[in-house]
Design a protein around this ligand. Structure first.
Ligand SMILES: NC(=O)c1ccc[n+]([C@@H]2O[C@H](COP(=O)([O-])OP(=O)(O)OC[C@H]3O[C@@H](n4cnc5c(N)ncnc54)[C@H](O)[C@@H]3O)[C@@H](O)[C@H]2O)c1
Length: 316
C-alpha cells in the first residue's frame, strides 16, 4: 500500500489517480487546508474517492496520534510525501505555518517511515532551494545554502533531514526538486492559472520582472512519470531535479496563453519581488540517465490541455 500525502493537492491528486489506474492501492492523506480554493481540492478528491483501492484520511501532518493510528492500521510499504505548506510569497505572511507543516510535519512522516521500515520514502523538494544561483541550468551538485524564501529554506531542511535519516537508519530516500508544475486541476496561486484566469476575464495581469523572468514550466504528466519512476526504484539516498528540458520567458509564456485563449492580455509590468527567483532551469540529465525520465509535453500542448480543463471546470 502506498501512502500519498497531499492527495487533495495538485500533484498528490494526479499521482494517486495514476497509481490507482495501474492497480496500486493508495492511502491519501490531506488536511484540505484553505490556503486556496477548498472546493477545488474536494472536486479533485471526488474524481478518485470511489475507487475500490483508495482510502482517504483527512488528517494533519502535525496530528501525531492520528498518524500513529494510520500506520498501525495499514500496511504502508512506500510513501510519497507531497503535503506541505506551499507558496513562496505566503511564507512572508505566515512563516509559522511552514514551520508546522514543512518542518514538524515532515519529521512526523519520516519518523514513521523509519519506525515502520518503509521500502521507499520519496518526498517533494523544490527548485526554490537554488535561491539566487546564477549558474544555469541548476544542478543538484550546485550549492544551495542561500534560499531566497523561508519556503525554500524548509525544503532544504527536508533534504538534510532525509539525508540524515538515510545515514542513521538506512531509510531509502529520494528527494525531488520540482520545477513550476502546471496542468489540469492546477494550483490557483500559480502563474499559469492566474494568467489564464485574468486573460480570459479581461483583467490586468502583473508581469513581474518586466516579463524577463524565466521559468522551467513542467507539465503534470511529466512530473508524475518521474515520481512513479522514483517510487518504483528505491535508492539509498537520491536527490533529483524533475523539470522540463527548456525554459520559457514570461513574456513568451503569456503570448502562448493569448494565442490559445484568443484574448489579448492587459499587462502591468512590474519589478520582481525579492523572494522570487529570476530564472529557473533544471539540469535533468541525472534522472534521465538513472531512471529513463523523458519529459514529453511542450508548453503549447500542455497549456492547451490546461486551458481546455479550465474552461470546462469553470464553465468559461
Ligand atoms: N506545484 C509546483 O510547481 C511545485 C514546485 C515545487 C515544489 N512543489 C512541492 O510539491 C508538493 C505538492 O505541491 P502541490 O503543487 O501539489 O501543492 P498543493 O498545495 O496543491 O498540495 C499540497 C497539499 O498538502 C496539504 N497540506 C498542507 N499542509 C498540510 C498539513 N499540515 N497536513 C496535511 N495536509 C497538508 C494541502 O491541503 C494540499 O492539498 C509540495 O510539497 C510542494 O512544496 C510543488
Amino acid at each position: 500500500m502506498i501512502l500519498v500525502t497531499g492527495s487533495a493537492g495538485f500533484i498528490g491528486y494526479h499521482l494517486s489517480k495514476h497509481l490507482l489506474e495501474r492497480g496500486d492501492s493508495v492511502i491519501g492523506l490531506d488536511n484540505i487546508n484553505d490556503y486556496y480554493n477548498v472546493q477545488l481540492k474536494q472536486d479533485r478528491l471526488k474524481q478518485i474517492e470511489d475507487h475500490p483501492n483508495f482510502i482517504f484520511q483527512k488528517l494533519d501532518l502535525c496530528d501525531q496520534e492520528g498518524l500513529n493510528n494510520l500506520f498501525a492500521k495499514n500496511k504502508i510499504t512506500r510513501i510519497c510525501h507531497l503535503a506541505a505548506q506551499v507558496g513562496v510569497r505566503y511564507s512572508l505572511e505566515n512563516p509559522y505555518q511552514y514551520q508546522k507543516s514543512n518542518l514538524e510535519g515532515f519529521l512526523n512522516i519520516i519518523e514513521l517511515a523509519r519506525q515502520y521500515k518503509a521500502e521507499n520514502f520519496v518526498y517533494a523538494s523544490s527548485s526554490s532551494v537554488y535561491g539566487g544561483n546564477k549558474k544555469i541550468p541548476f544542478s543538484t551538485e550546485d550549492p544551495t545554502d542561500n534560499p531566497l524564501s523561508f519556503y525554500g529554506a524548509t525544503k532544504k531542511a527536508n533534504e538534510l533531514t532525509a539525508s540524515a535519516y538515510h545515514h542513521i537508519y538506512g531509510l531509502p530516500v529520494t528527494g525531488l526538486r520540482f520545477f513550476t508544475v502546471y496542468g489540469p486541476w492546477g494550483r490557483p496561486d500559480m502563474a499559469p492559472f492566474i494568467f489564464t484566469r485574468k486573460i480570459i476575464d479581461g483583467e490586468t495581469i502583473d508581469v513581474f520582472g518586466h516579463g524577463k523572468m524565466k521559468r522551467n514550466f513542467t507539465y503534470i504528466d511529466d512530473i508524475i512519470q518521474g515520481v512513479m519512476l522514483c517510487l518504483d526504484k528505491p535508492q539509498p539516498c537520491a536527490l533529483y531535479n524533475i523539470g522540463n528540458d527548456r525554459t520559457e520567458e514570461l513574456e513568451t509564456f503569456i503570448g502562448t496563453i493569448e494565442t490559445l485563449t484568443g484574448n489579448n492580455a492587459v499587462k502591468n509590468y512590474t519589478d520582481k519581488h525579492s523572494v522570487e527567483m529570476t530564472e529557473t532551469w533544471a539540469d535533468i540529465e541525472p534522472i534521465k540517465n538513472d531512471l529513463g525520465y523523458r519529459p514529453s509535453t511542450n508548453i503549447n500542448s500542455g497549456m492547451k490541455q490546461f486551458i481546455d480543463w479550465y474552461r470546462e471546470y469553470f464553465s468559461k
